[in-house]
Design a protein around this ligand. Structure first.
Ligand SMILES: Cc1cc2nc3c(=O)[nH]c(=O)nc-3n(C[C@H](O)[C@H](O)[C@H](O)COP(=O)(O)O)c2cc1C
Length: 152
């Protein structure tokens, strides 16, 4: 794969999954299972962040595969108001070891995640693509170092 073919896309959306914690968790599990399977098949990597109200996702990979994947994601009724914050070519992957890393509310115990929440209020209007990217990246690096089970 040629390096110049790599793109990164960051979006925000509103969660449309309703129900109790168990139901939400089941839906998220399903999203992650299919995402990891399909992303691995087409060379997409990235990270997904979720709280009660919003999703934030970083997707990276070859242009066409990224576009195809995102078009599918955009049509998914489990979220709405999908806003692209960033779409640009990049030299190297930053989530190369994750077909789809997951940062959840369950990570709320970590000081790192608490800071993310505090900094942003997880308010879409306060979060730029760069900021989300940085937050996810820093969080995942910290989790990896701690061998934490807060990232699935
Ligand atoms: C917030 C969110 C993130 C998702 N991320 C991905 C992803 O990274 N890759 C993927 O293939 N599907 C992802 N999906 C699932 C797709 O929307 C879709 O359900 C799945 O790819 C299966 O598509 P199909 O039923 O047309 O085969 C995501 C869905 C949601 C709601």
């Amino acid at each position: 794969m040629m390096a110049q073919d790599l793109y990164r896309l960051i979006y925000l959306s509103n969660n449309e999954i309703t129900g109790d914690a168990t139901i939400i968790q089941q839906e998220i599990r399903q999203i992650l299972t299919i995402s990891r399977q399909r992303n691995a098949e087409v060379g997409i990597t990235g990270a997904l962040m979720f709280n009660k109200n919003c999703f934030a996702q970083v997707l990276e990979g070859p242009h066409d595969q990224l576009q195809e994947t995102f078009e599918r994601i955009q049509c998914d009724p489990r979220h709405s108001n999908v806003i692209i914050l960033n779409f640009e070519s990049m030299q190297t992957r930053h989530f190369s070891q994750w077909s789809m890393a997951y940062v959840s509310q369950e990570a709320a115990d970590s000081a790192q995640f608490a800071r993310i929440q505090r900094d942003s209020g997880f308010d879409p209007n306060q979060l730029t693509g760069e900021r989300i990217y940085d937050l996810l990246h820093v969080h995942l690096q910290a989790a990896e170092k701690n061998n934490s089970n807060q990232v699935y």
